[in-house]
Design a binder for this molecule. Sequence first.
Ligand code: ZN
Length: 235
Amino acid sequence: MTDETALVLFSGGQDSTVCLAWALQRFGRVETVGFRYGQRHAVEMELRPLIRARMAGLAADWNARLGEDHLVTLEALGAIAETALTREQPIATAPDGLPTTFVPGRNLIFLAFAGALAYRRGARHIIGGMCETDYSGYPDCRDDTIKAMQVALTLGLDRRVRLHTPLMWIDKAATFALAEEIGGQALLELVVEHTHSCYLGDRTRRHDWGYGCGACPACRLRAEGYRKFKTGLPR
Ligand code: ZN
């Protein structure tokens, strides 16, 4: 536990919600930042204030530590990224082997903006849910990419920046387990009920693992992770 300020990249999804809890456990003041870039699953952005409020309600010290929320609009990113996340395109594997949901450079841009914001807010720590364990092959989720950005931000801002990625080496099942470990059943239920993963933005179908279409890659990953978490077995 440190009294320093941290900035969490918080989308309202499962991973960034667990990262927010992770940060609230460790830092004296925790602020959040969300990016609007024309994503099709904008529903997760609408869930952010609710998740923040619920999170603050889980513990008095979390309530005291949870600071401001920042919203950054990056419509330019949506405009230059011709992908299935920002356009009405099928979610599939592109000829280059990457899923069509890949938004080139997205995390680099997010981290650059987060670095600028953290500088202004006096935050030395930035927390993100990037993960290269059961990720979809996005090169900007790789540990090496994040470490390179940490060096770039530290040099470019002339201030020590630390990028924390608590989920980097764990899978979705372990992310559910981490939520339970940090905040018990209450946090686990918050993650299942209120966080959103589905690429199609479907919140009409409720499964034991939460809401979603049940068929897109994000839903399948989340469903399989939950099953493995509950049974201890991969499917
Ligand atoms: Zn889905």
